[in-house]
Design a protein around this ligand. Structure first.
Ligand SMILES: [Zn+2]
Length: 499
Protein backbone atom coordinates (compact mmCIF):
# COMPACT_ATOMS: atom_id res chain seq x y z
CA UNK A 1 0.00 0.00 0.00
CA UNK A 2 2.80 2.44 0.83
CA UNK A 3 4.56 1.55 -2.39
CA UNK A 4 1.31 2.01 -4.33
CA UNK A 5 0.89 5.47 -2.83
CA UNK A 6 4.45 6.34 -3.80
CA UNK A 7 3.96 5.25 -7.43
CA UNK A 8 0.59 6.99 -7.59
CA UNK A 9 1.99 10.29 -6.29
CA UNK A 10 5.14 10.20 -8.41
CA UNK A 11 3.24 9.44 -11.61
CA UNK A 12 0.76 12.23 -10.91
CA UNK A 13 3.61 14.64 -10.33
CA UNK A 14 5.01 13.75 -13.76
CA UNK A 15 1.60 14.03 -15.40
CA UNK A 16 1.14 17.48 -13.85
CA UNK A 17 4.50 18.54 -15.23
CA UNK A 18 3.32 17.48 -18.70
CA UNK A 19 0.13 19.45 -18.07
CA UNK A 20 2.22 22.59 -17.87
CA UNK A 21 3.62 22.08 -21.37
CA UNK A 22 0.19 21.31 -22.78
CA UNK A 23 -1.31 24.33 -20.99
CA UNK A 24 1.34 26.69 -22.34
CA UNK A 25 1.07 25.24 -25.81
CA UNK A 26 -2.71 25.57 -25.88
CA UNK A 27 -2.54 29.17 -24.68
CA UNK A 28 0.16 30.11 -27.14
CA UNK A 29 -1.59 28.40 -30.07
CA UNK A 30 -4.78 30.38 -29.52
CA UNK A 31 -3.27 33.78 -28.68
CA UNK A 32 0.20 34.33 -30.20
CA UNK A 33 1.69 31.54 -32.30
CA UNK A 34 2.10 32.35 -36.00
CA UNK A 35 -0.17 30.25 -38.22
CA UNK A 36 2.81 28.91 -40.10
CA UNK A 37 4.13 27.20 -36.96
CA UNK A 38 1.27 24.73 -36.62
CA UNK A 39 2.60 21.89 -38.71
CA UNK A 40 6.01 21.64 -37.03
CA UNK A 41 4.39 22.15 -33.66
CA UNK A 42 1.73 19.47 -34.12
CA UNK A 43 4.46 16.84 -34.63
CA UNK A 44 6.04 17.86 -31.34
CA UNK A 45 2.71 17.86 -29.55
CA UNK A 46 2.00 14.36 -30.87
CA UNK A 47 5.22 13.14 -29.20
CA UNK A 48 4.26 14.72 -25.87
CA UNK A 49 0.71 13.33 -26.12
CA UNK A 50 2.09 9.85 -26.62
CA UNK A 51 4.34 10.20 -23.57
CA UNK A 52 1.33 11.33 -21.51
CA UNK A 53 -0.73 8.41 -22.80
CA UNK A 54 2.00 5.89 -21.92
CA UNK A 55 2.49 7.34 -18.49
CA UNK A 56 -1.21 7.38 -17.65
CA UNK A 57 -1.72 3.78 -18.85
CA UNK A 58 1.47 2.42 -17.31
CA UNK A 59 0.68 -0.95 -15.65
CA UNK A 60 2.50 0.07 -12.45
CA UNK A 61 0.29 3.17 -12.22
CA UNK A 62 -2.84 1.13 -12.90
CA UNK A 63 -1.87 -1.42 -10.26
CA UNK A 64 -1.22 1.36 -7.78
CA UNK A 65 -4.73 2.76 -8.39
CA UNK A 66 -6.26 -0.71 -7.95
CA UNK A 67 -4.33 -1.33 -4.69
CA UNK A 68 -5.31 2.05 -3.31
CA UNK A 69 -8.92 1.44 -4.32
CA UNK A 70 -8.99 -1.88 -2.45
CA UNK A 71 -7.56 -0.14 0.64
CA UNK A 72 -9.47 3.13 0.26
CA UNK A 73 -10.86 3.11 3.81
CA UNK A 74 -7.36 3.84 5.05
CA UNK A 75 -6.95 6.95 2.86
CA UNK A 76 -7.84 10.50 3.79
CA UNK A 77 -11.13 11.89 2.51
CA UNK A 78 -9.72 13.77 -0.51
CA UNK A 79 -7.60 10.88 -1.71
CA UNK A 80 -10.45 8.42 -1.19
CA UNK A 81 -12.71 10.42 -3.50
CA UNK A 82 -9.90 10.83 -6.02
CA UNK A 83 -9.14 7.11 -6.15
CA UNK A 84 -12.77 6.14 -6.65
CA UNK A 85 -12.93 8.45 -9.69
CA UNK A 86 -9.53 7.35 -11.02
CA UNK A 87 -10.56 3.71 -10.88
CA UNK A 88 -13.92 4.42 -12.49
CA UNK A 89 -12.12 6.05 -15.46
CA UNK A 90 -9.61 3.26 -15.71
CA UNK A 91 -12.30 0.60 -15.83
CA UNK A 92 -14.14 2.60 -18.49
CA UNK A 93 -11.14 3.11 -20.76
CA UNK A 94 -10.30 -0.58 -20.69
CA UNK A 95 -13.74 -1.57 -21.95
CA UNK A 96 -13.21 0.19 -25.28
CA UNK A 97 -11.53 -2.20 -27.76
CA UNK A 98 -8.25 -0.69 -28.89
CA UNK A 99 -9.04 -0.96 -32.63
CA UNK A 100 -12.35 0.83 -32.05
CA UNK A 101 -10.56 3.52 -30.08
CA UNK A 102 -8.11 4.14 -32.93
CA UNK A 103 -10.92 4.13 -35.50
CA UNK A 104 -12.87 6.66 -33.48
CA UNK A 105 -9.82 8.93 -33.08
CA UNK A 106 -9.43 8.85 -36.85
CA UNK A 107 -13.11 9.69 -37.32
CA UNK A 108 -12.74 12.64 -34.93
CA UNK A 109 -9.85 14.01 -37.00
CA UNK A 110 -11.81 13.56 -40.26
CA UNK A 111 -15.16 14.95 -39.20
CA UNK A 112 -14.03 18.39 -38.01
CA UNK A 113 -13.07 19.88 -41.41
CA UNK A 114 -16.11 18.20 -42.97
CA UNK A 115 -18.30 19.83 -40.34
CA UNK A 116 -16.77 23.29 -40.84
CA UNK A 117 -17.22 23.05 -44.60
CA UNK A 118 -20.78 21.74 -44.29
CA UNK A 119 -21.73 24.57 -41.94
CA UNK A 120 -20.21 27.21 -44.19
CA UNK A 121 -21.88 25.87 -47.31
CA UNK A 122 -25.13 24.89 -45.60
CA UNK A 123 -24.74 21.30 -46.77
CA UNK A 124 -26.06 18.82 -44.22
CA UNK A 125 -26.02 15.95 -46.72
CA UNK A 126 -22.21 15.96 -46.96
CA UNK A 127 -21.86 15.88 -43.18
CA UNK A 128 -24.59 13.34 -42.42
CA UNK A 129 -22.61 10.10 -43.10
CA UNK A 130 -19.90 11.23 -40.64
CA UNK A 131 -22.38 12.20 -37.97
CA UNK A 132 -24.11 8.83 -38.34
CA UNK A 133 -20.76 7.12 -37.76
CA UNK A 134 -20.21 9.12 -34.56
CA UNK A 135 -23.66 8.13 -33.35
CA UNK A 136 -23.00 4.48 -34.23
CA UNK A 137 -19.78 4.53 -32.24
CA UNK A 138 -21.50 6.14 -29.26
CA UNK A 139 -24.22 3.49 -29.35
CA UNK A 140 -21.59 0.75 -29.25
CA UNK A 141 -19.85 2.63 -26.44
CA UNK A 142 -23.04 2.51 -24.38
CA UNK A 143 -23.11 -1.27 -24.75
CA UNK A 144 -19.47 -1.64 -23.62
CA UNK A 145 -19.89 0.73 -20.70
CA UNK A 146 -23.17 -0.60 -19.38
CA UNK A 147 -23.02 -1.40 -15.64
CA UNK A 148 -25.47 -2.45 -12.97
CA UNK A 149 -25.88 1.19 -11.89
CA UNK A 150 -25.84 2.97 -15.21
CA UNK A 151 -26.93 2.32 -18.76
CA UNK A 152 -27.89 4.11 -21.99
CA UNK A 153 -27.69 7.88 -22.34
CA UNK A 154 -27.13 8.15 -18.56
CA UNK A 155 -23.57 6.96 -19.16
CA UNK A 156 -22.83 9.96 -21.37
CA UNK A 157 -24.59 12.45 -19.09
CA UNK A 158 -22.58 11.22 -16.10
CA UNK A 159 -19.33 11.89 -17.95
CA UNK A 160 -20.05 15.63 -18.07
CA UNK A 161 -21.92 16.00 -14.79
CA UNK A 162 -21.08 13.18 -12.38
CA UNK A 163 -24.05 11.45 -10.76
CA UNK A 164 -26.60 13.12 -13.04
CA UNK A 165 -28.79 11.14 -15.41
CA UNK A 166 -31.99 11.37 -17.40
CA UNK A 167 -34.14 11.17 -14.29
CA UNK A 168 -32.68 14.42 -12.91
CA UNK A 169 -32.51 16.20 -16.25
CA UNK A 170 -36.05 15.13 -17.25
CA UNK A 171 -37.44 16.62 -14.06
CA UNK A 172 -35.43 19.80 -14.64
CA UNK A 173 -36.53 20.30 -18.23
CA UNK A 174 -40.12 19.41 -17.37
CA UNK A 175 -40.21 22.39 -14.99
CA UNK A 176 -38.79 24.60 -17.74
CA UNK A 177 -41.31 23.31 -20.24
CA UNK A 178 -44.26 23.96 -17.95
CA UNK A 179 -43.22 27.29 -16.48
CA UNK A 180 -40.65 28.89 -18.77
CA UNK A 181 -41.76 28.14 -22.33
CA UNK A 182 -45.11 30.00 -22.04
CA UNK A 183 -43.52 32.89 -20.14
CA UNK A 184 -40.67 33.28 -22.67
CA UNK A 185 -43.17 33.24 -25.55
CA UNK A 186 -45.22 35.96 -23.91
CA UNK A 187 -42.17 38.17 -23.18
CA UNK A 188 -40.60 37.74 -26.60
CA UNK A 189 -43.76 39.16 -28.23
CA UNK A 190 -43.36 42.38 -26.22
CA UNK A 191 -41.25 45.32 -27.26
CA UNK A 192 -38.82 46.90 -24.85
CA UNK A 193 -38.74 50.67 -25.30
CA UNK A 194 -35.52 52.58 -24.54
CA UNK A 195 -33.11 55.02 -26.16
CA UNK A 196 -31.10 52.82 -28.53
CA UNK A 197 -29.04 55.52 -30.27
CA UNK A 198 -25.80 54.58 -28.46
CA UNK A 199 -25.91 51.02 -29.77
CA UNK A 200 -25.21 52.27 -33.31
CA UNK A 201 -21.96 54.04 -32.32
CA UNK A 202 -18.35 52.92 -32.74
CA UNK A 203 -16.30 51.99 -29.67
CA UNK A 204 -12.51 51.96 -30.25
CA UNK A 205 -10.78 48.88 -28.87
CA UNK A 206 -8.37 50.88 -26.66
CA UNK A 207 -11.20 52.17 -24.50
CA UNK A 208 -12.70 48.69 -24.29
CA UNK A 209 -9.34 47.32 -23.13
CA UNK A 210 -9.18 49.97 -20.41
CA UNK A 211 -12.63 48.98 -19.24
CA UNK A 212 -11.59 45.31 -19.13
CA UNK A 213 -8.69 46.33 -16.88
CA UNK A 214 -11.10 48.23 -14.66
CA UNK A 215 -13.39 45.19 -14.54
CA UNK A 216 -10.47 43.03 -13.47
CA UNK A 217 -10.36 44.98 -10.24
CA UNK A 218 -14.13 45.04 -9.81
CA UNK A 219 -14.35 41.27 -10.28
CA UNK A 220 -11.43 40.53 -7.90
CA UNK A 221 -9.47 38.95 -10.71
CA UNK A 222 -6.08 39.14 -8.97
CA UNK A 223 -3.55 40.67 -11.44
CA UNK A 224 -0.69 38.82 -9.70
CA UNK A 225 -2.08 35.47 -10.81
CA UNK A 226 -4.01 36.25 -13.99
CA UNK A 227 -3.55 37.24 -17.63
CA UNK A 228 -6.08 38.71 -20.09
CA UNK A 229 -5.45 38.50 -23.83
CA UNK A 230 -7.43 38.37 -27.05
CA UNK A 231 -8.49 35.42 -29.20
CA UNK A 232 -11.13 34.53 -31.77
CA UNK A 233 -13.40 32.82 -29.22
CA UNK A 234 -13.18 33.83 -25.55
CA UNK A 235 -12.13 31.11 -23.10
CA UNK A 236 -10.51 30.43 -19.71
CA UNK A 237 -7.53 28.20 -19.06
CA UNK A 238 -5.35 27.66 -16.00
CA UNK A 239 -2.44 25.84 -14.48
CA UNK A 240 -3.49 25.38 -10.87
CA UNK A 241 -4.76 28.34 -8.87
CA UNK A 242 -1.73 30.59 -9.35
CA UNK A 243 -1.89 30.98 -13.14
CA UNK A 244 -5.36 31.67 -14.51
CA UNK A 245 -5.78 33.15 -17.98
CA UNK A 246 -8.76 34.38 -19.95
CA UNK A 247 -9.28 35.80 -23.40
CA UNK A 248 -11.82 38.15 -24.88
CA UNK A 249 -12.73 39.44 -28.31
CA UNK A 250 -13.41 43.14 -28.92
CA UNK A 251 -15.91 44.36 -31.52
CA UNK A 252 -15.84 48.07 -32.34
CA UNK A 253 -19.50 48.02 -33.37
CA UNK A 254 -20.67 46.17 -30.27
CA UNK A 255 -19.64 47.51 -26.89
CA UNK A 256 -21.37 44.96 -24.70
CA UNK A 257 -20.13 41.75 -26.30
CA UNK A 258 -16.61 41.92 -24.83
CA UNK A 259 -17.83 43.32 -21.51
CA UNK A 260 -20.08 40.35 -20.82
CA UNK A 261 -17.75 37.74 -22.24
CA UNK A 262 -14.99 39.13 -19.99
CA UNK A 263 -17.22 39.05 -16.91
CA UNK A 264 -18.25 35.50 -17.87
CA UNK A 265 -14.68 34.26 -18.25
CA UNK A 266 -13.61 36.08 -15.06
CA UNK A 267 -16.34 34.10 -13.28
CA UNK A 268 -14.78 30.85 -14.53
CA UNK A 269 -11.36 32.21 -13.62
CA UNK A 270 -12.31 33.33 -10.11
CA UNK A 271 -13.48 29.79 -9.40
CA UNK A 272 -10.05 28.41 -10.30
CA UNK A 273 -8.22 31.20 -8.42
CA UNK A 274 -10.02 30.46 -5.18
CA UNK A 275 -9.56 26.70 -5.02
CA UNK A 276 -7.61 25.57 -1.96
CA UNK A 277 -3.95 25.88 -2.93
CA UNK A 278 -3.09 22.54 -1.30
CA UNK A 279 -5.21 20.78 -3.93
CA UNK A 280 -2.82 21.90 -6.69
CA UNK A 281 -0.53 19.08 -5.55
CA UNK A 282 -3.32 16.51 -5.94
CA UNK A 283 -5.68 15.42 -8.71
CA UNK A 284 -8.54 17.18 -6.92
CA UNK A 285 -7.67 20.71 -8.01
CA UNK A 286 -9.76 22.39 -10.70
CA UNK A 287 -13.48 23.05 -10.85
CA UNK A 288 -15.68 20.07 -10.04
CA UNK A 289 -17.92 19.82 -13.12
CA UNK A 290 -19.10 21.51 -16.29
CA UNK A 291 -22.32 22.72 -14.69
CA UNK A 292 -20.68 24.01 -11.51
CA UNK A 293 -18.16 25.91 -13.60
CA UNK A 294 -20.87 27.40 -15.76
CA UNK A 295 -22.82 28.34 -12.63
CA UNK A 296 -19.91 30.52 -11.54
CA UNK A 297 -19.49 32.27 -14.88
CA UNK A 298 -23.21 32.86 -15.36
CA UNK A 299 -23.74 34.07 -11.83
CA UNK A 300 -21.15 36.78 -12.53
CA UNK A 301 -22.30 37.52 -16.08
CA UNK A 302 -26.07 37.50 -15.68
CA UNK A 303 -27.07 37.84 -12.06
CA UNK A 304 -24.39 40.34 -11.11
CA UNK A 305 -23.17 41.82 -14.41
CA UNK A 306 -26.61 42.47 -15.92
CA UNK A 307 -28.12 43.85 -12.73
CA UNK A 308 -29.35 47.36 -12.20
CA UNK A 309 -27.04 48.00 -9.25
CA UNK A 310 -23.97 46.87 -11.19
CA UNK A 311 -24.54 49.55 -13.83
CA UNK A 312 -25.57 52.19 -11.33
CA UNK A 313 -22.08 51.59 -9.91
CA UNK A 314 -20.02 51.20 -13.09
CA UNK A 315 -21.73 53.03 -15.96
CA UNK A 316 -20.02 56.32 -14.96
CA UNK A 317 -16.62 54.71 -15.57
CA UNK A 318 -17.73 53.43 -18.98
CA UNK A 319 -19.04 56.91 -19.82
CA UNK A 320 -15.72 58.39 -18.79
CA UNK A 321 -13.99 56.12 -21.34
CA UNK A 322 -16.57 56.78 -24.08
CA UNK A 323 -17.85 60.30 -23.30
CA UNK A 324 -19.20 61.05 -26.79
CA UNK A 325 -20.74 57.69 -27.55
CA UNK A 326 -22.45 57.30 -24.17
CA UNK A 327 -23.48 60.88 -23.58
CA UNK A 328 -26.88 61.04 -21.95
CA UNK A 329 -27.31 57.27 -21.73
CA UNK A 330 -29.19 56.43 -18.54
CA UNK A 331 -28.68 53.38 -16.34
CA UNK A 332 -32.21 52.39 -17.26
CA UNK A 333 -31.45 52.47 -21.02
CA UNK A 334 -28.26 50.52 -20.55
CA UNK A 335 -29.77 47.84 -18.33
CA UNK A 336 -32.66 47.37 -20.74
CA UNK A 337 -30.25 47.05 -23.64
CA UNK A 338 -28.24 44.29 -21.95
CA UNK A 339 -31.39 42.36 -21.05
CA UNK A 340 -33.43 42.44 -24.27
CA UNK A 341 -35.25 39.17 -25.01
CA UNK A 342 -35.42 37.95 -28.58
CA UNK A 343 -36.72 34.82 -30.18
CA UNK A 344 -33.60 33.57 -31.88
CA UNK A 345 -32.18 30.72 -33.90
CA UNK A 346 -28.65 30.54 -32.53
CA UNK A 347 -27.92 29.22 -29.04
CA UNK A 348 -24.67 31.12 -28.47
CA UNK A 349 -26.39 34.43 -29.21
CA UNK A 350 -29.45 33.74 -27.08
CA UNK A 351 -30.48 35.96 -24.19
CA UNK A 352 -30.60 34.73 -20.62
CA UNK A 353 -34.34 34.02 -20.64
CA UNK A 354 -34.54 31.84 -23.76
CA UNK A 355 -31.09 30.23 -23.50
CA UNK A 356 -32.22 27.06 -21.78
CA UNK A 357 -34.96 26.50 -24.35
CA UNK A 358 -32.22 26.12 -26.98
CA UNK A 359 -30.51 23.59 -24.73
CA UNK A 360 -33.76 21.71 -24.17
CA UNK A 361 -34.10 21.11 -27.93
CA UNK A 362 -30.67 19.47 -28.00
CA UNK A 363 -31.24 17.44 -24.85
CA UNK A 364 -34.49 15.97 -26.15
CA UNK A 365 -32.94 15.12 -29.51
CA UNK A 366 -29.91 13.42 -27.94
CA UNK A 367 -32.09 11.48 -25.56
CA UNK A 368 -34.23 10.21 -28.44
CA UNK A 369 -31.16 9.27 -30.50
CA UNK A 370 -29.83 6.98 -27.77
CA UNK A 371 -33.15 5.39 -26.98
CA UNK A 372 -33.63 4.74 -30.72
CA UNK A 373 -36.84 6.70 -30.76
CA UNK A 374 -35.99 8.87 -33.75
CA UNK A 375 -34.76 8.27 -37.23
CA UNK A 376 -31.37 9.99 -37.24
CA UNK A 377 -31.70 10.45 -40.99
CA UNK A 378 -34.36 13.04 -40.19
CA UNK A 379 -32.42 15.11 -37.65
CA UNK A 380 -32.83 18.48 -39.46
CA UNK A 381 -36.62 18.18 -39.64
CA UNK A 382 -36.84 17.12 -36.01
CA UNK A 383 -34.59 20.02 -35.02
CA UNK A 384 -36.72 22.54 -36.90
CA UNK A 385 -39.94 21.23 -35.42
CA UNK A 386 -38.67 21.59 -31.88
CA UNK A 387 -37.44 25.14 -32.52
CA UNK A 388 -40.92 26.06 -33.70
CA UNK A 389 -42.46 24.40 -30.67
CA UNK A 390 -40.23 25.82 -27.90
CA UNK A 391 -38.90 29.07 -29.35
CA UNK A 392 -41.58 29.91 -31.87
CA UNK A 393 -39.10 30.47 -34.70
CA UNK A 394 -38.90 29.02 -38.20
CA UNK A 395 -35.46 27.67 -39.03
CA UNK A 396 -34.60 28.89 -42.56
CA UNK A 397 -31.73 26.47 -43.27
CA UNK A 398 -29.47 23.90 -41.57
CA UNK A 399 -26.68 26.41 -41.08
CA UNK A 400 -28.98 28.20 -38.65
CA UNK A 401 -30.34 24.88 -37.43
CA UNK A 402 -28.84 21.48 -36.84
CA UNK A 403 -25.38 22.50 -38.11
CA UNK A 404 -24.81 25.40 -35.69
CA UNK A 405 -22.97 23.63 -32.84
CA UNK A 406 -19.62 21.88 -33.02
CA UNK A 407 -20.26 19.54 -30.04
CA UNK A 408 -21.54 16.47 -31.90
CA UNK A 409 -18.59 16.66 -34.26
CA UNK A 410 -16.36 16.31 -31.22
CA UNK A 411 -18.31 13.30 -29.98
CA UNK A 412 -19.72 15.36 -27.10
CA UNK A 413 -23.22 13.97 -26.65
CA UNK A 414 -24.57 14.70 -23.17
CA UNK A 415 -22.69 17.98 -22.82
CA UNK A 416 -25.43 20.51 -23.64
CA UNK A 417 -27.65 20.05 -20.57
CA UNK A 418 -24.79 21.14 -18.29
CA UNK A 419 -25.08 24.67 -19.73
CA UNK A 420 -28.64 24.97 -18.46
CA UNK A 421 -27.99 23.11 -15.25
CA UNK A 422 -25.18 25.58 -14.55
CA UNK A 423 -27.53 28.53 -15.02
CA UNK A 424 -30.02 26.86 -12.69
CA UNK A 425 -27.34 26.14 -10.07
CA UNK A 426 -26.39 29.82 -10.15
CA UNK A 427 -29.92 30.89 -9.19
CA UNK A 428 -30.02 28.44 -6.27
CA UNK A 429 -26.56 29.56 -5.14
CA UNK A 430 -27.51 33.23 -5.43
CA UNK A 431 -30.60 32.58 -3.31
CA UNK A 432 -28.51 30.90 -0.60
CA UNK A 433 -25.90 33.65 -0.71
CA UNK A 434 -28.58 36.34 -0.30
CA UNK A 435 -29.47 34.88 3.11
CA UNK A 436 -25.93 35.54 4.37
CA UNK A 437 -25.12 38.68 2.45
CA UNK A 438 -26.61 41.93 1.21
CA UNK A 439 -25.60 41.24 -2.41
CA UNK A 440 -26.74 44.57 -3.83
CA UNK A 441 -24.82 46.44 -1.17
CA UNK A 442 -21.75 44.35 -1.96
CA UNK A 443 -22.00 45.16 -5.69
CA UNK A 444 -22.51 48.85 -4.95
CA UNK A 445 -19.35 48.88 -2.83
CA UNK A 446 -17.31 48.86 -6.07
CA UNK A 447 -15.75 45.40 -5.99
CA UNK A 448 -17.43 42.04 -5.55
CA UNK A 449 -15.08 41.07 -2.69
CA UNK A 450 -17.79 39.96 -0.21
CA UNK A 451 -19.41 37.85 -2.95
CA UNK A 452 -16.07 36.31 -3.98
CA UNK A 453 -15.34 35.46 -0.33
CA UNK A 454 -18.71 33.77 0.08
CA UNK A 455 -18.22 31.70 -3.06
CA UNK A 456 -14.72 30.71 -1.98
CA UNK A 457 -15.92 29.53 1.41
CA UNK A 458 -18.98 27.64 0.15
CA UNK A 459 -17.95 26.34 -3.28
CA UNK A 460 -14.55 27.24 -4.71
CA UNK A 461 -12.20 25.98 -2.04
CA UNK A 462 -13.37 22.37 -2.43
CA UNK A 463 -12.05 22.11 -5.99
CA UNK A 464 -13.11 18.69 -7.25
CA UNK A 465 -12.61 16.90 -3.94
CA UNK A 466 -16.36 16.14 -3.66
CA UNK A 467 -19.21 15.40 -6.06
CA UNK A 468 -20.97 18.49 -7.50
CA UNK A 469 -24.22 17.42 -5.82
CA UNK A 470 -22.49 17.38 -2.45
CA UNK A 471 -20.96 20.82 -2.97
CA UNK A 472 -24.32 22.28 -4.04
CA UNK A 473 -25.95 20.88 -0.93
CA UNK A 474 -23.18 22.15 1.34
CA UNK A 475 -23.45 25.61 -0.23
CA UNK A 476 -27.24 25.94 -0.38
CA UNK A 477 -28.45 23.55 2.31
CA UNK A 478 -30.63 21.62 -0.11
CA UNK A 479 -30.65 19.37 -3.16
CA UNK A 480 -30.93 20.83 -6.63
CA UNK A 481 -34.25 22.63 -7.14
CA UNK A 482 -34.94 24.10 -10.61
CA UNK A 483 -37.68 26.38 -9.31
CA UNK A 484 -35.13 28.90 -8.02
CA UNK A 485 -34.01 29.41 -11.61
CA UNK A 486 -37.49 29.78 -13.07
CA UNK A 487 -38.62 32.06 -10.22
CA UNK A 488 -35.56 34.24 -10.73
CA UNK A 489 -36.13 34.55 -14.49
CA UNK A 490 -39.85 35.27 -14.20
CA UNK A 491 -39.30 37.87 -11.51
CA UNK A 492 -36.43 39.57 -13.33
CA UNK A 493 -38.08 39.79 -16.74
CA UNK A 494 -41.51 40.73 -15.38
CA UNK A 495 -39.84 43.74 -13.79
CA UNK A 496 -37.80 44.71 -16.88
CA UNK A 497 -40.81 44.32 -19.18
CA UNK A 498 -43.16 46.00 -16.74
CA UNK A 499 -45.72 43.22 -16.20
ZN1 LIG B 1 -18.69 29.39 -19.78
Amino acid sequence: MENALKIYNETNQKLRAFNLTMFLNGWDTTTEAPRGSMEHRSGQIAVISEMVYRLSTDPAYENAIETLFQNREKLDEVLQHEIVLARKNLVKIKKVPIEEYIEFSRLMAEIYPVYVEAKQTNNYASYKPYLLKVIDFKKKYLVWEKTAERKGFDILLDEFEPEYGMEEFDQFFQVLKERLVPFAKMISRKKLKYNKAFTKKTFPVDGQRDFAKYLQEVMCFDPQRTVIKESEHPFTTNNGCTDVRITTHYHEDDLISAIFSSIHEMGHGLYELQIDRKLDETNSGGGVSMAMHESQSRLMENMIGRSDVFWRTHLPKLQELFPKQLKGVTVEDFVKHVNVVQRSLIRTEADELTYSLHVMVRYEIEKSIFSNRIDVEKLPEIWNKKYKQYLGVTVPDDQHGVLQDVHWSMGSFGYFPTYSLGSAYSAQIYHAMSKDLDIEKAIASGTIRPIADWLKEHIHRYGSSKYPKEILKLATGEDFNPNYYVDYLIQKYSKIYGI
